[in-house]
Every structure is written in structure tokens, then in C-alpha cells.
Design a protein around this ligand. Structure first.
Ligand SMILES: Cc1cc2nc3c(=O)[nH]c(=O)nc-3n(C[C@H](O)[C@H](O)[C@H](O)COP(=O)(O)OP(=O)(O)OC[C@H]3O[C@@H](n4cnc5c(N)ncnc54)[C@H](O)[C@@H]3O)c2cc1C
Ligand SMILES: NC(=O)c1ccc[n+]([C@@H]2O[C@H](COP(=O)([O-])OP(=O)(O)OC[C@H]3O[C@@H](n4cnc5c(N)ncnc54)[C@H](O)[C@@H]3O)[C@@H](O)[C@H]2O)c1
Length: 467
């Protein structure tokens, strides 16, 4: 069969969801994949990186509680961590996900897809036609900065760092974002001597205290942090060792080098030039995920550059799959803000957890971003170690919380938590931001005692109770 209602290019987590929602909406859908069904998140990003981190997180949690600490008499079993990571990636075998695609009634086409005209996609020698739409869900690749000697030095990207079968004795990490911070944490905990060079501080875009607390903890773990510096040259010698020369004139010699300096869209060989778009560009869309200037091409997930996160891509995919089906079948389209067919939350409430030690969990705007938007901002900070639930969780608890309130509307527009396992605090904040729950009403959302969620009560107390 070569004609489908919808052709989805890219079977990562996001493409799978676009295809599934459109199929459930009544369309006949083809899903094209050139590599592993399941994409980056399953095999080279979210899942393997979190599997590399989790054993150390659990071990640290036990060591922080008297009574449990005495029971921890051994070291981290690095090989067991790597084996567990391998099982989370199914040893990079995608049969399970391919079976799910077939079970969902979607036709899987293996191969590299190229757009060869309006609603036309070519895979190998076969030309496929889409009667309604094509969705480009091709994801992103690691950006390789233009540093002399870098490419010849065969650097690691997230792919090698999440799939390595042994831990190098030393690792240079270039970058200061989420990938760099998480993988520097993981590799240091797994026994590598890690050096991290970032051209500014860590975790830019978050509240400043988040990056500072993660930097402190990386130093405590033994990572050699070189902030406000970047490489000027990289060389790998005949013994395989990599020498990184930094802008402050110092050099660092390591076994491997990981580049974590951002992402580029996988649109270089997608055939965009055949439909008047530019290869190598991000595909910008409206809130229904329709590419600007087209009425048939959708872009979902990393490739649209709205929010490079799996959960946010899957959220977009639900909207896109349903709106493509609605438009194809002539049904009403709900494109108003927060309607069923738009990804409004991309602009207002993107949750993100950085799985460093401590974790950073945030949603919505930082104080600086809210001020830039001209809001009348009130910022409330609280030391999370003061909460009863925190002291029970850990004898050495360190944590910090901040909420950002838009005073003109008296609603929460942002929240950040930094501390052990704060990831599980985040969804309450996401609900409050998305639903624009009035601060006065939040007083009636009672946190259970004695849990860390009592930080909500303390934040409200610090904000001030209405008279
Ligand atoms: C190290 C790391 C850790 C991360 N951790 C997290 C995390 O904990 N939580 C989180 O939310 N996000 C995380 N992310 C981000 C997350 O991985 C991405 O946001 C997500 O994978 C994007 O999904 P996608 O489906 O858009 O793209 P992808 O998963 O990249 O899928 C795109 C698919 O399209 C295929 N493809 C591309 N071009 C073509 C073509 N022309 N023809 C056919 N097939 C094609 C590719 O082979 C790929 O399978 C992490 C990223 C990295 C790098
Ligand atoms: N837990 C998660 O949710 C998670 C985990 C990993 C990645 N991700 C997503 O993946 C995306 C990519 O992450 P990333 O960390 O690669 O990119 P990023 O854009 O978040 O960070 C890039 C960092 O590299 C630094 N940098 C850039 N060029 C440099 C240079 N030449 N020398 C030194 N430093 C340099 C930047 O200043 C910045 O700190 C992010 O948008 C993130 O949302 C999410």
C-alpha cells in the first residue's frame, strides 16, 4: 500500500503517539523509521541516562538515614548498573516497540524518509502519498561546536555516553546544560574522574540557585568544575588520550570527551528544499503543530524547538494526532488556548526534572522570566530542610524551594524545587500553574503530614495568609 491518510516520519516516543492518536481518530497511518523504533528517549537519552543515575540515588538515600546507613557495607556494583541499563534499552533491540506499532494498527515502514513533494514521501525506491498530512517527527541530534580538532578526536555524544559498556577512568564533559550535568553526575558516581567545562554557569534558564546547588554537589562528588570557560582546541593522541585546551590556557587530559552543548534538528536530509523550506532548520509551527506557511506538514517533538522534552513532545503528539484526524474528517477544530487541539502548555507550563544529585524540578516561569514579561512578581523562597518530612527522609537534607506569583492575578506562574527526590513534588505545581488556581484557594489544598509536600504550606505561610 502506498497511499495513507497520514505519513509520520520518525518513530520516536513522539512519532509513535502522533500515529497512535491519528489511528484511533479513524485515519490510516504509516510510520517511517530509519533506526530503532522508540527513538532517542528509549535507547540513548531519558531511560538509559536515568538508569545510569538511579542506583547511586538509591544508595545515597540509604546512606543518608541512620540505621539504613549501617547496613550499606559494600560499594556500588558498576557492572550491575550497566546491565540494568542494558535491560532498560532491551539491549538496543526494538522488536517490542515494533510489535506495539503493529498491534496499534499502524503500518511500520523501515528506512530513511525524504519529503519529495507536497504530501509525498519517498523511502528507498517507493513513493508514498498522504491524502491529508505528513508529520515530521524526526527529533534532534547533538550539536558539535566548531572547536579545532574536535571532530577528529572522535568525541562522545549522548549516544556513546548512554550506551557505553564500560566506564572510562576519566571523562571530559563540555557543556553546562541538563545533559552535561546529569551525565557528569552519573559518570563520576560510576567511578570516572570527571572534568566539566561550561562557558557560563550550570543549568542556565533555571532559577540561579538551582545551578549553584548542583555545582556545589558536583564539586562535593569530586568533579573538577571549570565554569565560565570553553575549549579552544581538542586533540586525541596515538595512545587514545584526549587533550582539551581551555580558554583559560589550561589543558585537561582524559580517556574520553563528551560533547553536551545543545541540539540541532534532524532536517538536513529530509527533503525540505522540495517544498520551499530550508534543510537544517527547526520547523516552527502554530499551536496545532502545523508548520508555518503550510496546510499539510506538521512538526512535533524536538524538531519544532518548542520544548525539547519527551513528555512535552508526547503532549504535542496527542494534540497533533487528534487535530490531524479532525481536519481530515471535517470535524470541528478546537484551536482556542487550552483547547483539545493545541499545545498551549508549551508557552506557560513546561515541567522539567534534572536528575542530578540534588534533583532540580521546575515548571513555568523563573522570577527573571516573569519580570521580563512585565508581571507584577512576588517571589517566595523556603529552605526545604525545615519541613518535618524532609528531616525524616534524610539526616543531611538540603533543599530549596521557590514559587513565583503573579500579584495582579494572585496565581502561581512558576515553581522550582531543588533537593533529593523533589521530582515527585512537581506535578502539584504543574496543576496549580495550568489551572491558574488562586493562591487563596491553595490554602485549602492540605499537604499530608509528615511529607515533604508540606513545603507547599510553608511557602504559602511565607507568602502571607489572607486576613
Ligand atoms: C542524554 C539525554 C537525556 C534526556 N533525558 C530526558 C528526560 O529525562 N526526560 C525528558 O523528558 N527528556 C529527556 N531528553 C530529551 C528527549 O530525549 C527528547 O526530547 C525526545 O527524545 C524527543 O523525541 P522525538 O520523538 O521528538 O525525537 P527522537 O526520539 O529523536 O525520534 C525521532 C526519530 O526519527 C527518526 N528519523 C529521523 N529522521 C528520519 C527520516 N528522515 N526518516 C525516518 N526516520 C527518521 C530517528 O531515527 C528517531 O528514531 C533527554 C535528551 C538527552 C540527549
Ligand atoms: N532530564 C531532562 O529532562 C533532560 C535531560 C537531558 C536533556 N534534556 C533536554 O535535551 C536538550 C539538550 O540538552 P543539552 O544539555 O545538550 O543542551 P542545553 O542547550 O540545555 O545546554 C547546552 C550547554 O552547553 C553550553 N555550551 C554550549 N557551547 C559550549 C562550548 N563551546 N563550550 C562550553 N560550553 C558550551 C551552554 O552554555 C549550555 O550550558 C535540552 O533542551 C533538555 O531539555 C532533558
Amino acid at each position: 500500500m502506498t497511499t495513507y491518510d497520514l505519513i509520520v516520519i520518525g518513530a520516536g516516543a513522539v512519532g509513535e503517539n502522533v500515529a497512535d492518536y491519528a489511528t484511533r481518530g479513524g485515519l490510516k497511518v504509516a510510520l517511517v523509521e530509519s533506526d530503532l523504533v522508540g527513538g532517542e528517549c528509549s535507547y540513548w537519552a531519558c531511560m538509559p541516562s536515568k538508569a545510569l543515575l538511579m542506583s547511586s540515588t538509591v544508595l545515597d538515600g540509604a546512606k543518608a538515614v541512620d540505621g539504613a546507613r549501617q547496613a550499606v557495607t559494600g560499594e556500588l556494583d558498576v557492572q550491575a548498573v550497566l546491565n540494568r541499563r542494558n535491560s532498560f534499552t532491551s539491549n538496543w533491540d526494538d522488536q517490542g516497540q515494533a510489535d506495539w506499532v503493529a498491534g496499534a494498527g499502524i503500518d511500520l515502514i523501515r528506512g530513511h524518509a525524504t519529503i519529495t513533494g507536497v504530501r509525498e514521501v519517498t523511502v528507498g525506491d517507493t513513493v508514498y502519498t498522504a491524502t491529508h498530512a505528513v508529520a515530521a517527527v524526526v527529533g534532534s541530534d547533538a550539536l558539535l561546536p566548531d572547536i579545532p580538532g574536535l571532530i577528529d578526536s572522535k568525541p562522545w555524544s549522548n549516544k556513546e555516553a548512554t550506551s557505553a559498556q564500560s566506564i572510562p577512568s576519566s571523562l571530559m564533559v563540555i557543556g553546562g546544560g541538563v545533559v552535561a550535568a546529569e551525565l557528569a553526575t552519573a559518570y563520576q558516581q560510576l567511578g570516572a574522574k570527571v572534568t566539566l567545562a561550561a562557558r557560563s554557569g550550570l543549568l542556565g534558564g533555571n532559577e540561579p540557585f538551582a545551578g549553584e546547588m548542583v555545582a556545589d554537589s558536583l564539586r562535593d562528588l569530586g568533579v573538577d568544575l571549570r565554569l565560565n570557560t570553553s575549549p579552544t582546541r581538542v586533540d586525541r593522541d596515538e595512545h587514545g588520550l584526549v587533550t582539551t585546551t581551555l580558554s583559560d590556557g589550561t589543558t585537561v587530559v582524559t580517556d574520553e570527551l563528551l560533547v553536551a552543548t545543545g541540539r540541532v534538528p534532524r532536517t538536513q536530509s529530509l527533503g525540505l528544499e522540495t517544498v520551499g523550506l530550508t534543510p537544517g532548520d527547526w520547523l516552527h509551527t502554530d499551536d496545532t503543530l502545523l508548520v508555518e506557511g503550510t496546510d499539510w506538514l506538521y512538526a512535533v517533538g524536538d524538531v519544532n524547538h518548542r520544548a525539547l522534552l519527551t513528555h512535552q513532545g508526547k503532549y504535542q503528539a496527542r494534540a497533533a494526532g487528534v487535530v490531524i484526524a479532525a481536519r481530515a474528517l471535517g470535524k470541528p477544530v478546537h484551536a482556542e488556548p487550552w483547547g483539545a487541539h493545541v499545545a498551549t502548555a508549551d508557552h506557560a507550563a513546561v515541567p522539567q526534572v534534572t536528575f542530578t544529585s540534588p534533583e532540580v524540578a521546575s515548571v513555568g516561569l523563573t522570577a527573571a522570566q516573569a519580570e521580563q514579561q512585565g508581571m507584577d512578581v512576588k517571589v517566595v523562597d523556603y529552605d526545604m530542610a525545615q519541613v518535618a518530612g524532609s528531616s525524616l527522609k534524610s539526616d543531611t537534607y538540603k533543599g530549596q524551594a521557590r514559587i513565583v506569583v503573579d500579584e495582579s492575578r494572585k496565581v502561581l506562574v512558576g515553581a522550582t524545587f531543588v533537593g533529593p527526590e523533589v521530582s515527585d513534588l512537581l506535578h502539584a505545581a504543574t496543576v496549580a500553574v495550568v489551572a491558574e488556581v488562586p493562591i487563596d484557594r491553595l490554602w485549602h489544598a492540605v499537604p499530608s503530614y509528615p511529607t515533604v509536600t508540606e513545603v507547599w504550606l510553608r511557602l504559602l505561610d511565607a507568602y502571607g495568609r489572607p486576613e
